[in-house]
Design a protein around this ligand. Structure first.
Ligand code: SAH
Length: 225
């Protein structure tokens, strides 16, 4: 799949898109992430992309022209399944949404800045608006990085053991079971016996019970969904 991110701060996204899971997934050819500097698309001779809001409100607003031209340039190259705007008033990002978006071929993520973008872009070009939580960030870059990471992580082959992404928290609307590694006895802190038993069915049963118990205790809301 391909993710195009439009931003005024491309250097902020660079470390997220080139390292770790996103970096490796791209080397393996599972995903392509392209970051576009919105300033490359402005017709303003000072490379400005924002202006004062109509109505005399405080703050600056990102203008239509650079965003429209950047999206048009991308659309001229390929079809996009979604053109997403990161926004605190959008639909809340979640694991099911990450799974769903990972099945798309091409998506654009537009990062806002300042007071946000001219509303006409949202009305005419954006297909989906996504928030990463009920708090306000200074820009959409961290939201885009969070989304790209969660989306690429579930692509088959992106993380070492394919099973591992499927057994993560939230995949079945449940929290995952605790994990342990060697040594089995650390300062008298013991690993549950069953995990050392080699009895596969019992281990699976323990895992499921842990998932149910932890979800009931920590996130009962998930069980009602
Ligand atoms: N005035 C806007 C906030 C602008 S914050 C409002 O009150 O809704 C600047 C930019 O940061 C936004 O345009 C958006 O792209 C991004 N942003 C801020 N909080 C976000 C969140 N919780 N999720 C996703 N993007 C967010």
């Amino acid at each position: 799949m391909r993710i195009d991110i439009i931003t005024v701060l491309p250097e902020m996204l660079e470390p997220f898109t080139t390292q770790s899971i996103l970096g490796r997934a791209q080397k393996k050819g599972l995903a392509e992430i392209h970051v576009h500097n919105l300033r490359d698309y402005t017709t303003d001779k000072h490379r400005r992309v924002d202006d004062y809001p109509f109505g005399g409100f405080a703050g600056m607003v990102m203008q239509c022209q650079p965003i429209d031209d950047c999206i048009a340039a991308l659309k001229a190259e390929r079809d996009y399944d979604e053109i997403i705007y990161t926004s605190p008033d959008g639909e809340q990002f979640s694991q099911p949404m990450a799974n769903e978006l990972s099945l798309k071929k091409n998506i654009i993520i537009l990062c806002g800045h300042y007071k946000g973008i001219d509303h006409r872009i949202r009305e005419h070009l954006i297909t989906r608006e996504v928030s990463i939580g009920d708090y306000v960030l200074t820009g959409g870059e961290l939201a885009a990085a969070v989304m790209a990471d969660a989306i690429v992580r579930v692509l088959p082959g992106a993380i070492g053991d394919e099973q591992s992404a499927l057994s993560d928290c939230f995949q079945d609307n449940m929290l995952s079971a605790p994990v342990y590694t060697r040594p089995a006895d650390y300062k008298g802190w013991l690993v549950p016996d069953v995990l050392l038993s080699g009895h596969e069915a019992k281990i699976k049963e323990w895992e499921l019970n842990q998932m149910i118990e932890r979800t009931r205790k920590l996130r009962p809301d998930l069980l009602n969904e």
